[in-house]
Design a protein around this ligand. Structure first.
Ligand code: NAP
Ligand code: MG
Length: 451
């Protein structure tokens, strides 16, 4: 079994990637078990050094990783370079963790009580195709830092940068078997991570449907699980906002990465009193988005990841969906899709389901209460933005919106030093931030008798 990687900007075949079967997966997990036992006994300072060497190897390989991502996923090259740099930064950040996994000494009678953060063992990471290398690093860097081994299954469509990261780990001197990248089908390699008892935790990023299946599979062994799932996040623009700034930035909050972003603000909520004024400015901004050849430095948005995904995005634009305006995209080979702005009913399919493409649903609202109610009328709760010049309103709405990652007067959502994850059906648990390494440990409490 194998998969032919297609460059989504040209439609041309790039390379063939061999798939592992269940037997190969079990053998890799067995190697990981052995490697982890040794790694957990490496001095914290030496684990820290090893992770810094891995970060250096990624840094030296930035251009190659970026070119691979652009060829495989169609990301604009400047974005791909940023992604490789982000992986380096995440490794550097968590290289500080081995020496800082500090337990507690708790006062008790008759002796001494201390807690330890023990590694879990082998961690299985399953990644989606939209941000292949960055999302992988959010799992493997803190997991390795905490003394675990990692098996990583990249998405079938986008395995190339993950495979390269596996090679770089070895080049940097990480022990064999400690960090293994296992390309294959979700239903084969991914399922085996869930069913093989030697894998002690699953970190899954992907669709809510597959996430639910993984969660119920993990229940069988009470296996630890972190889920980062879908979103339908709201960008809320109040009448008192800096409308120029809100309109100029809104396209990038949803069309970046061609909308294939779990944090995409794919619902744009605009206060009715400024709706027309805002839409005029927004149209100009959308028409200014540069969709094109991802190898060019000034390209802002590339193609969709595959032809199959393009068809899935297209299927949301049924005849009854009112299109307000569109941006532009190249014609010809490649899975191109122009940024599209629609004005549907609040409860329509396109306004409630995750499209995962460059499509935004604009919905007018009446007042603050209506905005919060509309933003929360979703099973998802991942991210969102709030635009207002009123500080009190910014605070009230940020506390009222059910979402894990909100920003006021900006669209930022992911920083490696701050926690990331979703409310409701957008996920379970948090990644990144100062505590992530602890999420890859069990707390052990030990009482030493003074008798
Ligand atoms: P997906 O279809 O759920 O696949 C994600 C991963 O799971 C892939 O590696 C896939 O392998 C694997 N998989 C599929 N079936 C499996 C099974 N039965 N058992 C174990 N693993 C299985 O998601 P996607 O289409 O790649 O990604 C898009 C989704 O990811 C969107 O919903 C998006 O919102 C979400 N996402 C969320 C976040 C976040 O942080 N919250 C970030 C990025 C993306 P194959 O490739 O072989 O199918
Ligand atoms: Mg899928």
């Amino acid at each position: 079994m194998s998969y032919t990687v297609i460059n989504p900007a040209t439609g041309e075949a790039v390379t063939e990637v061999a798939h592992l079967d269940e037997h190969d997966t079990d053998a890799a997990i067995a190697r990981a078990v052995t490697a982890q036992e040794a790694w957990a006994n490496v001095a914290p300072v030496d684990r820290a050094r090893a992770l810094r060497r891995f970060a250096d190897a990624v840094d030296s390989d930035t251009e190659r990783l970026a070119q691979l991502e652009t060829q495989n996923s169609g990301h604009p090259i400047t974005q791909s370079r940023w992604e490789a740099g982000h992986v380096r930064d995440v490794l550097e950040y968590y290289s500080a963790s081995p020496e800082r996994l500090i337990g507690q000494q708790i006062p008790v009678a008759g002796g001494m009580n201390v807690t330890f953060h023990e590694p879990l063992g082998v961690v299985g990471i399953i990644t989606p195709w939209n941000f292949p290398m960055t999302i992988a690093s959010w799992g493997f860097a803190p997991a390795l830092a905490a003394g675990n081994a990692v098996v990583l299954k990249p998405a079938e469509w986008t395995p190339l940068t993950s495979i390269r990261l596996g090679e770089l780990a070895l080049e940097a001197g990480l022990p064999h078997g400690l960090f293994q990248v296992l390309p294959g089908r979700g239903s084969v390699v991914g399922e085996r991570f869930v069913t093989n008892p030697s894998v002690r935790k699953i970190v899954f990023t992907g669709s809510t449907g597959v996430g639910k299946r993984i969660m119920s599979g993990c229940a069988e062994q009470v296996k630890r699980v972190t889920l980062e799932l879908g979103g339908k996040s709201a960008n809320i623009v109040f009448a008192d906002a800096d409308l120029e700034q809100a309109a100029a930035t809104a396209p990038y909050s949803v069309f970046d990465n061609a909308g294939q972003d779990c944090c995409a603000r794919s619902r744009l909520l605009v206060e009715r009193s400024v709706y027309d004024k805002f839409m005029e400015r927004f149209e100009t901004a959308v028409q200014g988005v540069k969709v094109g050849d991802p190898l060019l430095d000034d390209t802002e948005v590339g193609p969709l990841v595959t032809q199959a995904h393009k068809e899935s995005v297209q299927s949301y634009l049924t005849d009854d969906v009112p299109v307000a305006f569109t941006g532009s995209a190249p014609e010809g080979p490649g899975s191109w899709f122009a940024p599209t702005v629609v004005t549907p009913e609040r409860d329509s399919r396109i306004a409630t389901e995750e499209v995962f493409g460059p499509v935004v649903a604009v919905l007018p609202f009446e007042d603050e209460e209506d905005a919060i109610r509309l933003a929360n009328s979703s099973d998802f709760g991942l991210s969102g933005s709030i635009w207002t010049r009123d500080l009190g309103r910014g605070i009230r709405v940020a506390r009222g919106v059910e979402g894990g990652n909100l920003s006021v007067n900006s669209h930022s959502s992911v920083r490696y030093s701050t926690p990331f994850g979703g409310f409701k059906q957008s996920g379970l648990g948090r990644e990144l931030g100062p505590d992530a390494a602890e999420h890859f440990t069990e707390t052990k409490n030990v009482f030493f008798s003074a008798e």
